[in-house]
Design a protein around this ligand. Structure first.
Ligand SMILES: NC(=O)c1ccc[n+]([C@@H]2O[C@H](COP(=O)([O-])OP(=O)(O)OC[C@H]3O[C@@H](n4cnc5c(N)ncnc54)[C@H](OP(=O)(O)O)[C@@H]3O)[C@@H](O)[C@H]2O)c1
Length: 317
């Protein structure tokens, strides 16, 4: 497995996956290709040895075929959480379906696709329904493929705990929709380790649920982010109607919304292990707890600890 294609390798999980692949390759002759629509935004992975970044249009079959041809293994991390029905179909459904077909045609030996916990044909949100259809493209194929289904993922560059910390630094109170929604957050490093390990386990489990050791409500996550970043704020749980109004207003702002009505619909399904599928322990990973990773990350970035390095420089520690 030394010629690997990482779709979505520029993203949050992709960076950790590329780092693990490089680590495992250990200066060997491995080749890791990361296609991207925006090579100019890929400077964070460009310096990794043996990683080659290439510009592409993921919706062009000929380019997808060219990327897949000759690879031993393919990892798919591409997905969109926001966007119109059409955008979600193209990215979360059509792309995995085209990828599964081309991987089969080109005889790719191993595929790992990242789905999402809660994805189902009758899920309450567009995102989860589209993620289900994407997972099915691999589940129903004859490929040697594993689908990883994570709960929310935390880590240095996450959009979860970092965002809650940043908001609490800015605002005096936190009006929160879906405060009771349940999650079982998993560390990005554990997800990346699982992906890389699975590449080297032909015939491994078809589906693995990726969760951490503890279930939290959204309110608890926000409160922890506030406390660990040094800016704890009162959290005010919004009633459903007000939460939807808040999300509708965010959707009017330019760029990806802080939260959308479709995100709120996703949160109607607890993002926790089903108990019916193997979890990370099945492949020898004991997932790290949020408490053992995030306090340092947030304390360093948002709290007084961020000044420690300057104090040290000024010899005041
Ligand atoms: N992060 C989480 O908490 C979480 C939780 C559960 C499941 N997942 C799943 O894990 C996978 C990786 O998540 P992530 O957070 O690392 O994703 P991400 O950073 O948001 O995106 C990964 C990559 O997908 C590509 N991409 C995004 N939107 C696209 C679009 N509209 N069209 C084409 N390409 C697009 C981008 O590549 P370029 O811009 O370089 O082309 C991006 O670097 C996804 O399948 C996601 O659904 C994530």
């Amino acid at each position: 497995m030394n010629n690997i294609l990482v779709l979505g390798g520029t993203g949050f999980v992709g960076l950790s996956v590329c780092e693990k692949l490089v680590e495992r390759n250990g200066g060997g002759d491995g080749r890791i290709t990361v296609p991207t629509r925006h090579p100019n935004r890929a400077s964070h992975i460009q310096p990794l040895p043996t990683v080659e970044v290439q510009r592409w249009d993921p919706h062009d079959d000929a380019q997808l075929d060219r990327m897949v041809r000759g690879r031993h293994a393919v990892i798919n991390l591409i997905a969109t959480l926001h966007g119109t029905e059409e955008e979600m179909r193209r990215v979360n459904v059509d792309l995995p379906q085209r990828l599964a077909r081309i991987c089969a045609e080109r005889g790719v030996r191993r595929v790992v696709h990242v789905g999402a916990l809660g994805a189902a044909a009758d899920a309450p949100s567009r995102y989860l329904r589209s993620k289900h259809a994407g997972e099915e493209a691999f589940a129903q194929s004859a490929l040697d493929a594993t689908v990883l289904r994570p709960s929310v993922i935390f880590g240095e560059h996450d959009h979860l705990m970092n965002r809650f910390a940043a908001l609490q630094k800015l605002f005096p109170v936190m009006p929160l929709a879906a405060a009771g929604a349940r999650f079982q957050p998993v560390w990005v490093d554990d997800v990346a380790t699982a992906i890389v390990r699975l590449l080297h386990r032909p015939g491994a489990e078809r589906v693995i649920e990726c969760v951490g050791p503890t279930v939290y409500t959204l309110r608890q996550l926000v409160e922890l982010a506030g406390r660990w970043s040094g800016h704890p704020r009162p959290v005010i749980a919004l009633p459903d109607a007000l939460g939807r109004l808040q999300a509708a207003l965010f959707e009017l702002l330019p760029g990806a919304p802080l939260i959308s009505r479709d995100n709120l619909d996703s949160m109607k399904v607890p993002s926790v292990a089903s108990g019916k599928a193997p979890t990370l322990e099945a492949i020898g990973i004991r997932p790290r707890a949020l408490e053992s990773v995030v306090p340092d990350l947030l304390g360093w970035r948002y709290g007084p600890a961020r000044l420690d390095s300057w104090r040290a420089l000024a010899r005041r520690r």
